[in-house]
Design a protein around this ligand. Structure first.
Ligand SMILES: *Cc1c(COP(=O)(O)O)cnc(C)c1O
Length: 345
């Protein structure tokens, strides 16, 4: 039946998520998941009823956490659905484009391609910052500019001054989408305070990383009410299952637990970065999320050797670089010991 599919879909290569790549091991540090697993209570009293499109309790809880008013919050099935909603709402297939700056998160390209929307790329600079002049020269027909900070997979923050220049440059022309999937690990770097000033700013957030709820599928878009109302036109009628709203609301009302887990992971990251940096053969890039990008003398070989030892990491498109998610203290130690032994040979 493949021949009956849309030509765009026939040509598509699906996103190779860590889950799809597979592997077998004891140490899973390839998907930036949290090592913590927290317990929740589900109330099944009203499962015969459809869920609210935007469950008020959940919206209010996230608004309070993010420090914005509830009409600036939209919830969806993960931040990934937020990416798709933005493209579907703002880009006419065959006419409009998105722009993004590789190396970065893969789903902007995949979602655009699936919907039939053209992709323009302006690579990050050598310092993994925005090439503002390059972006300015390529803005024709662009409706959405995706910027990921902390950037996946490089781990660095994007300069705030450049983000402001980009917002100014795109005023009345395009939306700047700040992907803040990892911002909970460095909340001081958020652009949420710019929302009032820039109606063309949209911010993506998720409970998958710092809140340890990747399996829940719950994300958020923060933006001005006018933009949120555009997204509400294209979202599914019942995007958030009742148990998802319940669990997400519980997670957001126990912020001290999330904060404690974030502190632990930040501490583990600092420890692992320091230990790895002792080895002169490695380059450890400063990371702000729950992962580190590390350059090895032979990244592919290291990746495969770790894989064979049951330590599943993520290879990256950057020469000899491997992305290591920050796990528990024990997982970090096992990974460090493996790497030390590998290069002691
Ligand atoms: C994990 C991730 C997402 C997707 O988050 P979900 O809420 O799980 O869909 C979005 N952007 C980046 C940069 C990510 O790393």
């Amino acid at each position: 039946m493949e021949k009956l599919a849309r030509p765009t879909v026939q040509a598509l290569t699906p996103y190779l998520s860590a889950r799809r790549i597979g592997g077998s091991g004891d140490v899973w540090l390839n998907a930036n998941e949290s090592p913590f697993n927290n317990a929740y209570v589900i109330d099944s009293d009203a499962l015969n009823r459809y869920s609210e499109c935007q469950p008020a309790e959940l919206i209010n809880a996230y608004a309070a956490y993010a420090g914005v008013t509830p009409e600036r919050v939209l919830t969806s099935r993960g931040a990934d659905e937020g990416i798709e909603l933005l493209i579907r709402a703002y880009c006419e297939p065959g006419t409009d484009s998105i722009l993004y700056c590789p190396p970065t998160y893969g789903m902007y390209a995949i979602s655009a391609e699936t919907i039939g929307v053209e992709r323009k790329t302006v690579p990050l600079t050598d310092a993994w910052q925005l090439d503002i002049d390059g972006i300015e020269k390529n803005l024709d027909g662009v409706k959405l500019v995706f910027v990921c900070s902390p950037n996946n997979p490089t781990g660095n923050l994007v300069n705030r001054d450049d983000i402001i220049r980009l917002l100014e440059m795109t005023k009345d022309r395009a939306i700047v989408v700040m992907d803040e999937a990892y911002i909970d690990f460095c909340p001081e770097a958020s652009t949420v305070d710019l929302l009032d000033q820039y109606p063309n700013l949209a911010i993506l957030r998720t409970l998958s990383k710092a809140f340890a709820l990747a399996g829940l599928r719950c994300g958020f878009t923060l933006a001005n009410p006018e933009l949120i109302n555009v997204l509400l036109k294209v979202i599914a009628p019942y995007p958030v299952p009742i148990p998802v709203a319940q669990i997400a609301t519980q997670a957001l009302t126990n912020l001290s637990q999330a904060k404690q887990q974030v502190d632990t992971l930040n501490k583990n990251r600092a420890w692992l970065a320091n230990e790895l940096a002792e080895n002169a053969q490695l380059t450890v890039f400063e990371g702000w999320g729950n992962y580190l990008l590390v350059q090895f003398p032979d990244g592919d070989a290291l990746f495969k050797a770790a894989w064979d030892s049951g330590i599943i990491l993520r290879n990256s498109p950057i020469q000899d670089c491997v992305r290591i998610s920050i796990g528990s203290e024990q997982e970090c130690r096992v990974t460090l010991e493996f790497i030390q032994q590998y290069y002691a040979k």
